[in-house]
Structures are given as structure tokens and as C-alpha cells.
Design a protein around this ligand. Structure first.
Ligand SMILES: [Zn+2]
Length: 107
């Protein structure tokens, strides 16, 4: 299944469904193959960390983001909030725009 990925790293997105519904964060990574994104402070999971004295890592439990489906997030338009993405042209460059207020998402 091919998903068109309109979300890029460093975009701000809002979670619209699931456990972390309503949370907003910055996109840390995009996984186009699986249609998922890693969003800062969203879908935190606890992970056991093994102690590694050589690297000065204490064992214990660390919290880490886990990827969520792109269909569960909406991009946040800098001027009007969570929105859908459309495409427009800025000169000869194709840019992503907010479908609601036409503001460019790309800087
Ligand atoms: Zn907008």
C-alpha cells in the first residue's frame, strides 16, 4: 500500500486519534515505507535499558517515543491550527499549503 507522505521532519503535528489524542509535537522521523511518523513526546513507551558501565549508562527504565500511523496525525498550520495539506506553487517551486487558509507550510 502506498501512502502519499505529506509530512516531513520538523513539522508540527497534532494527534487526532488513539491513546495520545490531542497531543501536539514535532516530527522527529518519517517512515514512508510503513506510513508512520515518530513524534516528539507522543506514544511514549517504557523501555528497559541495560547498564553499560563503559558508556556510563545506568540500567533501568527509559521512556522513548514509538512510531504512530500518519493517518492518526494532522499537520498543524502555523496560522490556523490543525489542517489538511494542499499543494501550491511559489514561483516555480512546489510548496505545501494549508487548505483552509492557504498559508505556506514550508518556509
Ligand atoms: Zn492555515
Amino acid at each position: 500500500m502506498h501512502i502519499r507522505v505529506d509530512i516531513r521532519r520538523n513539522d508540527t503535528v497534532k494527534v487526532i486519534t488513539g491513546r495520545d489524542k490531542g497531543k501536539q509535537g514535532r516530527v522527529l522521523r518519517v517512515f514512508p515505507g510503513s506510513g508512520k511518523v515518530l513524534v516528539e513526546h507522543v506514544m511514549m513507551v517504557k523501555k528497559n535499558v541495560r547498564p553499560n558501565p563503559q558508556r556510563n549508562i545506568k540500567g533501568g527504565i527509559a521512556e522513548q517515543e514509538s512510531p504512530i500511523s500518519i493517518s492518526n496525525v494532522m499537520i498543524v498550520c502555523p496560522s490556523c491550527g490543525p489542517s489538511r495539506i494542499g499543494h501550491g506553487m511559489q514561483g516555480k517551486k512546489r510548496v505545501r499549503v494549508c487548505r483552509r487558509c492557504d498559508a505556506a507550510i514550508d518556509k
